[in-house]
Design a protein around this ligand. Structure first.
Ligand SMILES: Nc1nc2c(ncn2[C@@H]2O[C@H](COP(=O)(O)OP(=O)(O)OP(=O)(O)O)[C@@H](O)[C@H]2O)c(=O)[nH]1
Ligand SMILES: [Mg+2]
Length: 401
């Protein structure tokens, strides 16, 4: 791009905190006029005081839309460079407040962008670091944020090892590293998007009691009457810091009334798309009221965890004839009412989807473009090893100079 290109002279403003309402809203302004654009919207907190911004010194100021106060914000600017300045505004996170700040900045000359690339905002040293910074707003828990940040070093090292293997003609080692990374992608996505878990089972087995135990809130109605839950209920929770979307559903039974039938039909897609299906049975009963028909047509043995609930009353239930021995042998025993065994059940859920502790310390990829880059590198591996090394640099290790 020529230096006279108007694009290079633009001053941009964009929200850098995640979309939607939040505790704080962060807005970044970058470009040659960043400082003057922001200054034209600010006033000191006390009339008559001077308003100056010094690099890297945060100031609490008033952000104005004309004569109207929009918010009290913290503003910090960077040391100016040849491309201009970078200013970060931290205000309250209401959607409307952030929108009004952006509108005022636009009126003062900034061009509003939907998204700024991490590399434009931060001083980053590698594409891996840029991918981490781009995905950080998607981390729903502190553990997920730490896991992503840890990947800067872990993935970097794996890619360096891959390059060393290629340059020493150990192509198989390099292929193994790259293939493992491709396999990690669906699990990393689960960590960022959340695991979908559904609670299913016959009426009255304690599904809603278990859901409430995990929600830590009485969001689902519990009652001794069979057929209590109708519309399925879904809320986000975290299990050992892993985000989970947990759905409680209506009890599975045949010959129910029209309303219950409709509730069951509405639950079907939620049950079928879940990554984990917790099949909750009342373990204190002598016989299982659920017929094999439900298991065959609604559940998938690879995703099912059998949960024998009401262990506080003693477990009497024996293997239903339609259930495989493997499925029964790995059943977990809990008392949802007394919150016994529920933690261990959570651990089982994570293992079931391959999120054991090894996964958190292993290199992985989480972004579609990383996946495509590795597919491309694999293609070069045998025929053009030098090109594979270059592509690893380009996509993961170093920005072009
Ligand atoms: N003793 C004992 N009772 C439990 C336990 N879990 C649930 N219950 C009781 O079982 C009854 C049914 O519980 P719910 O959680 O409403 O059962 P559900 O499976 O959601 O029932 P539906 O919504 O009708 O399908 C209630 O009286 C609960 O208090 C448990 O672990 N031990
Ligand atoms: Mg219920």
């Amino acid at each position: 791009m020529e230096p006279t290109d108007p694009e290079t002279l633009c001053t941009y403003a964009a929200r850098v905190s995640p979309p939607g309402a939040g505790g704080i809203g962060l807005i970044q302004i970058l470009g040659p006029q960043a400082l003057s654009v922001v200054m034209s919207c600010l006033r000191p907190r006390r009339e008559g005081r001077n308003l100056t911004l010094e690099p890297d010194r945060p100031r609490l100021v008033r952000f104005m839309d004309g004569d109207e106060l929009v918010d009290e914000v913290v503003v910090v600017c960077s040391e100016p460079s040849t491309e201009g300045s970078s200013v970060l505004i931290s205000g309250h996170g209401g959607v409307r407040v952030v929108e009004r700040i952006l509108m005022s900045l636009e009126r003062s000359g900034a061009v509003i962008r939907e998204h700024l690339e991490a590399r434009e905002v931060w001083n980053l040293s590698s594409p891996i670091e840029a991918a981490v910074m781009d995905s950080l707003p998607l981390a729903q828990t502190q553990r997920m944020a730490k896991w992503l940040i840890g990947q800067i070093a872990i993935l970097f090292e794996a890619m360096k090892n891959c390059q060393v293997s290629i340059s020493h003609d150990r192509t198989d080692d390099a292929r193994s590293i790259l293939e493992k990374l491709l396999q990690s992608h669906p699990r990393s996505r689960m960590l960022l998007d959340g695991i979908h878990v559904v609670i299913v089972g016959p009426p009255n087995s304690g599904k809603s009691t278990l859901a409430n135990c995990l929600y830590e809130k009485p969001w689902s109605i519990e009652s001794a009457e069979a057929g209590t839950t109708r519309d399925w209920v879904e809320h986000p929770i975290a299990i050992r810091g892993v985000p989970v979307s947990l759905a409680d559903t209506a009890g599975l039974r045949q010959g129910c009334d029209a309303l219950e039938q409709q509730a069951l039909e509405l639950s079907a897609p939620v049950i079928r798309r879940a990554d984990v299906q917790l099949l909750v049975l009342d373990g204190s009963l002598a016989t299982c009221p659920l017929s094999g028909h439900w298991f065959d047509s609604w559940l998938d043995e690879r995703r099912v965890i059998v949960v024998l609930n009401k262990s506080d009353l003693g477990i009497r239930l024996e293997t239903p004839e339609w259930m495989s021995q493997a499925c029964w042998n790995s059943a977990v025993r809990i008392s949802a009412l007394q919150n016994h065994g529920v933690d261990a059940m959570g651990e089982r859920m994570l293992q079931q989807v391959g999120l054991d502790s090894d996964f958190f310390n292993a290199p992985c990829i989480w972004d579609r473009s990383q996946y495509e880059a590795i597919e491309e590198i694999l293609k070069f591996l045998n025929s053009h090893p030098q090109q594979a090394i270059t592509e690893i640099n380009r996509h993961f290790l170093a920005f072009p100079t």
